[in-house]
Write a protein that binds this ligand. Structure first.
Ligand SMILES: C[S@@+](CC[C@H](N)C(=O)[O-])C[C@H]1O[C@@H](n2cnc3c(N)ncnc32)[C@H](O)[C@@H]1O
Length: 407
């Protein structure tokens, strides 16, 4: 049964459900796929128009048809303007709330550009077909329809295309849930099995995928507190003020560690490294990429000779640069301390951004407003990143203490 939940509408058990039971089965014939787009549109659209853009056009044209659409009841249920919070719908001021999270900000900006480009590619088709769209379809309408598709469509056909699966798109997401939508090609149905038992009246969940908050915000327009799938994009780079800049850069590029230009901050080039939560203080620091630790070692080399020795050592081992700790414990400690300092500084910047968001939320008289929801999403993203960065620094502090004891 569709009912109201904390997250908008959701699906609720009409009777108790046992773990492993089929909760819902839908014929694939009623899945709304891009091939169900009006034949005239299919002919006019270029081949490279994505399946998400095609579905967005399908929604816009079916909504224009109103009651004449064979999916009229379903189209009427789709979220209205202003109801979604996918970051592609955020204005420039709201996007600034994400600025401190390089991954959430970068993803959102890139996605916005990509959708604007998609609109530019289909705009002439919309204009040529006023009988299918009316006169008033603007880029804003297209972006809204695109966000609807993104937050409700499922990958089908081995992920090559997407489809709207009526009813299944009323499931809300839970990170702890292990139920997924699966397709049976032979018998042509989509189904969801319960991963746990549900009492009658309880909300039944599904898992949209193991996404961190940056992806959830971009694709689905929500975030969850303490999301176990969160990760942080951590920047580490080189500055041209460094006397060994050219040697380091050459060495890194020739060992498969590409450095990309940076247009803000003190570094001229560098790269982002994904850091995940480091769960054990005494373990191996799983979550801090080896390539990042290697870069810290390369940055700690003080002479051309040291860098050449690193290259020699790499060729004698598996070819990967600076993957082994320095034999000189003091040097290894220096490299790990460099990493620690950079991580600490990022945490401080995050804490500053979080305080600013909290102060703004405190003084917001219009609680429950769109801006308030988006601020809370930005807070979830940044708090998740701080949690991960702290876990990484705690591990590194412990590791540095162990190194110091060897001196
Ligand atoms: C597939 S729809 C689910 C049905 C939706 N609640 C509705 O009212 O139509 C996905 C949307 O539900 C909401 N949602 C799903 N799971 C959520 C969660 N765990 N927390 C917050 N919002 C969630 C988000 O608005 C998301 O864009």
């Amino acid at each position: 049964m569709i009912g109201q939940s904390l997250h908008g509408r959701g699906l609720f058990a009409l009777r108790s459900i046992l773990a492993g039971e089929c909760v819902l089965r839908i014929s694939t014939e009623i899945v709304i796929t891009p091939d169900k787009l009006h034949h005239e549109l299919k002919e006019l659209l270029q081949e490279n128009v994505s399946s998400c853009a095609r579905l967005a056009l399908l929604i816009l044209s079916e909504q224009f048809s109103g009651q004449a659409s064979e999916w009229a009841p379903y189209m009427k249920c789709l979220p209205q303007f202003g109801a979604l919070h996918n970051t592609v719908l955020w204005n420039d001021y709201e996007l600034e709330l994400l600025r401190q999270s390089s991954s959430a900000y970068r993803r959102s900006m890139q996605f916005r550009t990509a959708i604007y480009e998609e609109f530019a590619a289909v705009q002439h088709v919309i204009q040529q077909c006023p009988h299918l769209f009316g006169q008033g379809v603007t880029r804003t309408h297209f972006v809204h329809a695109y966000a609807v598709v993104n937050s409700r469509a499922w990958g089908i056909d081995e992920g090559n295309t997407v489809g709207l699966v009526p009813f299944v798109d009323f499931f809300n997401h839970s990170t702890s849930c292990q139920s997924f939508l699966s397709f049976d090609k032979e018998y042509k149905y989509a189904e969801v099995l319960a991963d746990r038992g549900y009492n009658c009246g309880a909300q039944v969940f599904i898992n949209y995928g193991n996404y961190g908050n940056d992806v959830l915000a971009e694709k689905f327009g929500f975030t969850v507190e303490d999301n176990p799938n969160d990760q942080v994009e951590f920047w580490m780079g080189l500055s041209q003020l460094d006397a060994l800049y050219n040697t380091r850069l050459e060495l890194l590029q020739s060992h498969g560690m590409p450095m990309v230009p940076r247009f803000s901050g003190p570094d001229d080039c560098g790269n982002f490294f994904p850091i995940r939560e480091v769960k054990t203080i005494n373990g191996r620091g799983k979550g801090i990429p080896h390539s990042l630790r290697a870069l810290a070692r390369v940055l700690c080399a003080n002479s051309d000779k040291e860098l050449i020795d690193m290259a020699k050592q790499a060729s004698q081992l598996d070819g990967r640069l600076a993957r082994q700790p320095f034999k000189d414990v003091r040097k290894e400690l220096e490299a790990m301390m460099l990493l620690l300092t950079r991580l600490d500084s990022l945490i401080q910047d995050h804490v500053g951004a979080i305080s600013a968001l909290e102060v703004a939320s405190f003084f917001n008289v219009n609680q429950g407003s769109v801006l308030c929801t988006r601020r809370k999403m930005a807070l979830d993203i940044l708090n998740g990143e701080v949690r991960i960065l702290c876990s990484a620094t705690n591990w590194l502090k412990n590791h540095c203490t162990a190194l110091k004891s060897l001196l």
